[in-house]
Design a protein around this ligand. Structure first.
Ligand SMILES: Nc1ncnc2c1ncn2[C@@H]1O[C@H](COP(=O)(O)OP(=O)(O)OP(=O)(O)O)[C@@H](O)[C@H]1O
Ligand SMILES: O=P(O)(O)OC[C@H]1O[C@H](OP(=O)(O)OP(=O)(O)O)[C@H](O)[C@@H]1O
Length: 215
């Protein structure tokens, strides 16, 4: 039997991802060592390999088939636009992709003004403003602390993730428009879906059962 390889997003989603995989019987004890610098873990018995990668890179590993399966946020899937199958909404890592800014920017948005939009997600922002709202905007790519942009005058609004809303609140910003809801998803390589149909379908069925029981 060939190894089934999982690419998991490190960071916020990693712990819950490992927990849910354990609930369907996939384990990698070695991964739990916090001091380990090892990048990939093998479970010989279960014929699986698991590696943690930067969230943005997970769709790339899965598209090229370096991983059969990936677990990553819907925001990353939308932003990366890779060819893969999205098979399950895992229900954790829930948050929203929003346009946010000071309340005064609401009018600029409503009047379709040529505004500057700072974001870590240029493709999601372009799709929203160009294709859905038919509004011309200038997109400015940033890599973090996006909420700073309207405060220091880099942009009028931002497109970013909102979970509890604390970061916006503490910086005098508000949700101005909601783009979409987000959560962790399982994605599958298109060839693996055919070649490893039986094992992957069983994994999907088992995950669905775990998710239903947890409700
Ligand atoms: N409050 C939140 N902020 C950011 N992401 C969140 C939040 N809540 C849930 N998520 C989800 O968790 C995923 C991973 O977030 P995480 O911060 O670990 O990665 P990242 O944003 O790629 O990290 P970084 O670029 O800082 O390394 C996001 O892609 C998103 O789907
Ligand atoms: O609504 P909240 O619960 O406040 O969460 C949202 C914030 O969390 C994320 O930032 P992160 O912590 O990943 O840091 P970053 O800005 O450096 O990406 C996101 O980009 C928001 O800034």
């Amino acid at each position: 039997m060939r190894y089934l390889t999982f690419a998991l997003a490190k960071g916020r989603l990693a712990k819950k991802t490992m927990e849910i995989l354990e609930q369907v019987g996939y384990t990698c004890e070695e991964m739990k060592d916090p001091d380990s610098r090892k990048l990939i873990f093998v479970n010989e018995e279960q014929k699986i390999k698991i590696f943690l990668a930067k969230a943005n890179d997970v769709p790339t590993y899965v598209e090229y088939g370096a991983a059969d399966i990936g677990v990553v946020g819907k925001d990353t899937i939308l932003e990366e636009g890779k060819k893969l199958y999205e098979v399950i909404d895992l229900g954790f890592g829930k948050c929203r992709m929003c346009v946010a800014g000071p309340l005064s920017a609401k009018e600029l948005l409503q009047h379709g003004e040529l505004i500057r939009v700072a974001t870590k997600y240029p493709n999601i922002a372009k799709d929203y403003f160009y294709n859905k709202k038919h509004q011309t905007v200038e997109i400015i790519k940033l890599n973090g602390s996006i909420e700073l942009a309207p405060i220091v005058g880099l942009s009028e609004v931002i497109v970013d993730i909102v979970e509890t809303g604390s970061t916006l609140r503490e910086n005098g910003l508000e949700v101005l428009e909601e783009i979409c809801g987000l959560s962790a998803r399982m994605v599958v390589n298109q060839v693996s879906m055919k070649m490893e149909q039986e094992r992957i379908n069983k994994l999907i069925t088992d995950l669905r059962e775990v998710l239903i029981k947890a409700k």
